[in-house]
Design a protein around this ligand. Structure first.
Ligand code: PLP
Length: 421
């Protein structure tokens, strides 16, 4: 449909829908390149959510009045949309507060269900976000399972060789939990290769970075569990989803106990509600879930294929343009697996200073720091040719970004090197 740029008509729709793109920051047009931390919000989604809250809102389930039944059908319709979006069944989709909550729930449920036991191995990778590292590490101390890593090379890249090396070292891990895309190196992972290599493992995918711009089919990829967050795909904060294969969810002990998730309760014991309610204790973020449904409508309406293609082309341009700058050190793979974001450093200037000048003098929002992946920083330090500051600058794009945003970033980096390098 387009090459790197939207048609004027499509872009007008985008600008109208993301009013903040018309904002000035420090006297400059806002250039928002912090999408990997959280995306902008759409007025279409927000106004539909507002209408829901103002005109159809009530607590859901177990009530017979009209508002409750309207709210319940919107909530369940949102679940159906999430299910369709990833090719799952509705009862396999559980609303969570986001990726972090989803992984914590899973780790806890797996140990409580005796599926993950003392002596078992959980295989993760060296590029995981803390959300897919700290819960495993901490609970391994209480429950006696082991945590092993698929190692990254010094650019922070997971290679086919490192996957095979992990296979020969660990042999048969009980769980393989891996990010679909690194939020630091931008690498999209070969989920099919990992599935093929660890046939008998429970495969968990952290979809936080991948789901917003790439269509994922949990059935085709034979994923056992998938977690993601709404706020990285234009939905509000505080809502996300956990997908699990029905047979596994049936076997899992819930992580949260309380109302809604029960069937019968006596003073002595409880039986659980059916899927997916067994995993949705307490009052959920009803408005958030409904808004996640509207978000999916929006993205599908826009065309997921169009979004994916746009992000791919823009990612390529971002990587190419930054690669041309000799004082910029880039991390992660140098091929088409590198998507939607680039982490880099300007030789001689601290990433926080880079981000600050980009904001103050160019109106560009980027993120600097360790990006919730502290252990990975020590890997990147080993491959670095500069005085590595243990953090990076990260520029990340989404469908409302354009080539021009990247040109302004490049201009900003050259200015920074000239005056501060
Ligand atoms: C953002 C992110 C998370 C954490 O998501 P939350 O919404 O903060 O829970 C986990 N993994 C990756 C890869 C991320 O990018």
């Amino acid at each position: 449909m387009h090459s790197t740029e939207w048609s004027d008509e499509a872009f007008c729709r985008i600008i109208e829908d993301f009013p903040v793109l018309n904002r000035e920051v420090n006297g400059k047009r806002l250039v928002y390149l912090d999408n990997a931390a959280s995306t902008l919000k759409s007025s279409t989604v927000i106004s539909k959510m507002t209408d829901f809250y103002l005109n159809h809102y009530s607590n859901i389930h177990r009530a017979v009045h009209t508002l409750a039944s309207e709210a319940t059908s919107e909530y369940e319709a949102a679940r159906d949309k999430v299910a369709r979006f990833i090719n799952a069944q509705s009862e396999e989709v559980i609303f969570t507060s986001g990726t972090t909550m989803g992984i914590n729930a899973l780790v806890n449920s797996l140990v409580r269900s005796d599926i993950l036991q003392k002596g078992d191995t959980v295989l993760i990778s060296q590029v995981e976000h803390h959300a897919n590292l700290v819960p495993w590490l901490r609970l391994s101390k209480f429950f006696g399972f082991k945590v092993e890593y698929i190692e990254a090379d010094v650019t922070g890249t997971i290679t086919p060789d490192s996957i095979l090396a992990a296979k020969s070292r660990v042999n048969s891990p009980k769980v393989v939990s891996i990010t679909g895309q690194s939020n630091v190196t931008g690498q999209t992972m070969p989920i099919d290769v990992i599935r093929e290599t660890f046939k008998d493992a429970i495969l968990i995918i952290d979809g936080a970075q991948l789901i917003p711009h790439k269509k994922i089919d949990v059935k085709a990829l034979d994923i056992d569990f998938l977690v993601f967050s709404g706020h990285k795909m234009i939905a509000p904060t505080g809502i996300g989803a956990l997908y699990g294969k029905r047979a596994l969810l049936e076997k899992l002990e819930p992580f949260l106990y309380g109302g809604e998730m029960i069937d019968k309760v006596t003073f002595e014991d409880v039986t659980f509600n059916v899927l997916p309610y067994k995993f949705e204790a307490g009052t959920q973020d009803i408005g958030g879930a409904v808004a996640l449904g509207y978000t999916i409508d929006y993205l599908e309406n826009f065309g997921l294929g169009n979004i994916q293609k746009h992000v791919e082309e823009l990612s390529k341009y971002l990587l190419e343009e930054l690669s041309k700058i000799d004082f910029v050190e880039i991390y992660g793979p140098r091929d088409e697996t590198h998507q939607s974001l680039v982490s880099f450093n300007v030789d001689g200037v601290h990433p926080h200073d880079v981000s600050q000048v980009l904001d103050e003098d160019f109106g560009i929002a980027t993120r600097s720091g360790h990006h919730c992946a502290q252990p990975l920083m020590s890997v990147l330090a080993r491959g670095s040719h500069i005085d590595f500051p243990n953090s990076t600058v990260r520029a990340s794009v989404y469908f409302y970004n354009r080539k021009e945003d990247i040109d302004i970033l490049v201009e900003g980096l050259k200015y920074i090197k000239r005056w501060f390098g």
